[in-house]
Write a protein that binds this ligand. Structure first.
Ligand code: ADP
Length: 199
């Protein structure tokens, strides 16, 4: 637990709305989740480029990158996945509060983890389920992980011996077995349009 002698400081800082005004946008977190290889990073990268080209300030928080840095002490147990999501969500929240459009790409396999992220981030949270079947992801295998899993070289792999709960409802669902990345970008931008605009 935090020390009871710690006093958070916000009142002395430039208010978040003024940061957003400087950027001409409202901060938001797009939380993209789905199996490894479902297309989260591909769509995030295309979306970042498209929004950037329109003069938006965007940042991608990529789960794999986090696991190389801030979260390099974490593995894939349920507790570590919880801590992984908690840290990414806290960072995403800080950035969105400063007016940044944050694209998160993290597997986030359980409803409870999505709830955790939503609770940390609050109103500026939008969840996007990037869907593809295990078989389709294994076929794509962009990082060679599915081949390693089939050879018994990776444990606690999502969708195999660590479960993935599909959502009952998501703010948006992109089925990447049907929708191409460019269409996904347009779909997400339509949903975003009313949320990021700041006059
Ligand atoms: P993730 O970030 O979810 O682990 P990646 O984006 O790294 O997944 O990998 C997805 C792979 O699937 C890429 O090689 C991409 O080119 C391919 N792919 C095929 N069809 C699609 C699609 N419709 N949308 C996104 N990615 C797709």
């Amino acid at each position: 637990m935090p020390d009871s002698n710690i006093y958070t400081q916000f009142h002395r800082f430039v208010p978040p709305e003024e940061k957003g005004r400087l950027l001409g946008q409202k901060g938001i977190v797009l939380w993209m989740y789905g199996l490894s290889g479902s297309g989260k990073s591909t769509i995030a990268a295309a979306l970042e480029q498209s929004l950037h080209d329109e003069g938006r300030f965007v940042m991608i928080l990529d789960g794999d990158n986090f696991r190389h840095g801030l979260n390099s002490d974490l593995g894939f147990s349920d507790e570590d996945r919880h801590e992984n999501v908690r840290r990414v969500a806290e960072v995403a929240k800080m950035l969105a509060n400063q007016g940044v459009i944050v694209l998160v790409s993290v597997i986030t396999p359980k409803e409870a983890l999505r709830t955790l992220a939503r609770e940390i981030i609050g109103d500026s949270f939008l969840e996007i389920f990037v869907r593809a079947s295990y078989a389709a992801c294994a076929e794509r295998d962009p990082k060679g992980l599915y081949a390693k899993v089939a050879a018994g070289k990776i444990k606690q792999f999502t969708g195999k011996d660590s479960g993935f709960e599909e959502p009952e409802i998501a703010d948006l669902m992109i089925d990447t077995e049907v929708v191409q990345p460019s269409e996904a970008v347009e779909k997400i931008k339509k949903t975003l349009a009313s949320r990021i605009h700041r006059a």
